[in-house]
Write a protein that binds this ligand. Structure first.
Ligand code: GDP
Ligand code: IMO
Ligand code: MG
Length: 413
């Protein structure tokens, strides 16, 4: 058995799916272990663009097994819609797509609660994807949640629905509709339920690839709380979200060559000027799930080193390097000034992070279009310098450089 994890090391959208797609070639199982359909994972294959929300990105390879672990929260209506959409494009799920019965169900009431919280004008409005993710995880922890396995015992499901409806002061009169809809959908999903921990831990002759969603800085504990998602996005989340009891052999941290963030919360290197606009347009930085413009900024080595440490990464995949072509100079943040003190520790409190003054180094840029380059030594010297600086600041080697959205636009270093 050999296991690899591909984990976002910023605020999500680091092009994890592109890296998963490249590495899935050598994997037998591709596994999601946290998050839900707040994720938007894009793969571009020639003229086709696929955006995955719940289905692991490996499904594009016809022979791979794709698994959803217990740590994922699943909106079953959205999952079916996503599967139907992929089936219409010729992708088959039979005997190679499985969901752990422990995975929590995102109910319509979770979506409603998320929407309500987000429509208030409170100062701590998160800017969520409004997919019901936070309320669903909250109920899971409070033990009001409904899990996939519960769908197959009507009486018990009714009991669980009564319990959660009561907790949220929802009228009992709505239970029947939800119950009937869930039963209808559960029949369609029945062939796909399987205990994932046994599947994974018994896979002695298989290669397993864990596909992270979101990123380290959105982790519910170590991210920029409360402006985070509600799951454990770090490598530690694999054990609890997939029931994988072994050490992951290879942890690939995915870093964008610049930083982006969707939703609210501190972002020290954010560029609210035409440089930020230029990055947004060149990088097509609009959310894959909600279509919102992504906030853009310079590479933040303080945040990067923190994410690398938390995930225990072995190597770096540096993505979207092509977007940085055409800048006279490029900046990298190497420290935060807080009052009179410069630190390279990532603050634990968001309020502190909001007020740091990023300290930058400047590096020469490059003019060349690099989207067609496939060998590392063909990159402009200044791009190689940029990569070397990222390696030096994080303290790990860059092994994969992505210079475009296509599978082939990948340089192995
Ligand atoms: P994920 O959520 O981490 O999987 O990332 P997203 O799919 O949300 O966003 C990454 C976007 O960048 C997608 O539109 C990809 O097609 C695109 N992309 C991936 N790698 C590259 C790259 O190296 N260069 C460019 N220009 N685009 C890329
Ligand atoms: P992928 O997997 C970028 C952000 C939201 C919001 C915060 C909380 O594509 O990288 P939530 O709906 O999870 O309660 O929202 O987290 N967010 C993401 N940002 N990429 C994602 O996923 C995200 N999933 C959630 O914008 O700021
Ligand atoms: Mg995304």
């Amino acid at each position: 058995m050999y296991s690899t994890a591909v984990l976002g090391c910023a605020w999500g959208d680091e092009a994890k799916a592109k890296i998963v797609d490249v590495l899935a070639k050598d994997a037998n199982y591709i596994v999601r272990f946290q998050g839900g359909n707040n994720a938007g994972h894009t793969i571009k294959l020639k003229e086709n663009k696929y955006v995955f929300h719940l289905v692991p990105s490996g499904i594009l390879y016809p022979e791979k097994m794709c698994l959803i672990g217990s740590g994922v929260v699943i909106d079953p209506f959205q999952l079916l819609a996503e599967m139907d959409n992929l089936k219409a494009q010729g992708i088959s799920f039979e005997n190679r797509f499985f969901i752990d019965p422990r995975a929590q169900i995102v109910l319509p009431l979770h979506r409603e609660l998320d929407g309500k919280a987000e429509s208030s004008d409170s100062k701590t409005k998160i800017g969520t994807t409004k997919r019901g993710i936070g309320p669903c995880y909250a109920d899971a922890i409070a033990r009001y949640g409904i899990r996939f396995g519960d769908l197959y015992d009507k009486e018990y499901l009714q009991e669980r629905l009564e319990n959660i409806f009561k907790f949220h002061n929802y009228p009992n009169s709505e239970i029947d509709d939800v119950l009937n809809e869930l039963i209808l959908i559960s029949e369609k999903l029945k062939p796909f339920i399987k205990q994932i921990p046994y599947l994974l831990n018994d896979a002695t002759d298989k290669n397993i690839l864990f596909e992270g969603a979101q990123g380290a800085l959105l982790d519910v504990t170590f991210g920029t709380y409360p402006f985070v998602t509600s799951s454990h996005t770090l490598s530690g989340g694999i054990a609890i979200g997939a029931g994988f009891g072994k050490k992951v052999d290879r942890i690939v941290g995915v870093f964008k060559s610049y930083y982006t963030r969707v939703g609210n919360g501190p972002f020290p290197t954010e560029l609210k000027d035409e440089t930020g606009d230029k990055i947004r347009i060149r990088g097509n930085e609009f959310g894959s799930t909600t279509g919102r413009p992504r906030r853009c900024g310079w590479f933040d080595a303080v945040a990067a080193k923190y994410a690398a440490m938390l995930n225990g990464i072995d190597e770096i995949a540096l993505t979207l390097l092509d977007v940085l072509s055409g800048f006279e100079t490029l900046k990298i943040c190497t420290g935060y000034k807080i009052k009179d003190i410069t630190t390279n520790e990532f603050p634990s409190i968001s309020k502190t992070l909001e007020h740091v003054v990023p300290q930058y180094i400047e590096l020469p840029g490059w003019k060349e279009d690099i989207t067609g380059i496939t060998a590392i030594n063909k990159l402009p010297m200044t791009a190689l310098n940029y990569i070397a600086k990222v390696e030096e600041l994080i303290g790990k080697k860059v092994t994969i450089v992505s210079v475009g959205p296509e599978r082939g636009q990948t340089i192995f270093k």
